[in-house]
Design a binder for this molecule. Structure first.
Ligand code: SF4
Length: 96
């Protein structure tokens, strides 16, 4: 499966959010952009956002883990996490 990822290099410039609000939103608590949709990853705005990111923080990765929105680690324990009751990524990671 393919996943759109914003990694830890994000400096919060907001460019991706301005280019593609379908896939990116700015998280004021984190001070960074977050991915809000994994649908339609082959669209032009996604490519434009990837190209526009000044630090190369956005990419599309192959991932087996479906539990963590931005996780591409493919760790065995992440594959086994049941996140049906977890409300956010922190809770999911805390159980991994
Ligand atoms: S363009 Fe890159 S650095 Fe700027 S907010 Fe988006 S992911 Fe972060």
């Amino acid at each position: 499966m393919q996943k759109l990822v914003v990694d830890e290099k994000c400096i919060g410039c907001g460019a991706c959010c301005a280019i593609d609000s379908e896939h990116f939103d700015f998280d004021n608590n984190l001070g960074t952009s977050i991915v809000i949709s994994q649908e339609n990853l082959d669209t032009e705005p996604v490519k434009e956002a990837i190209d526009a990111c000044p630090v190369g923080a956005i990419y599309i990765a192959e991932a087996e883990c479906e539990n963590c929105p931005n996780c591409t680690c493919q760790k065995e324990e992440h594959k086994e996490v049941d996140n049906t009751e977890a409300e956010n990524t922190d809770e999911i990671l805390a159980t991994a």
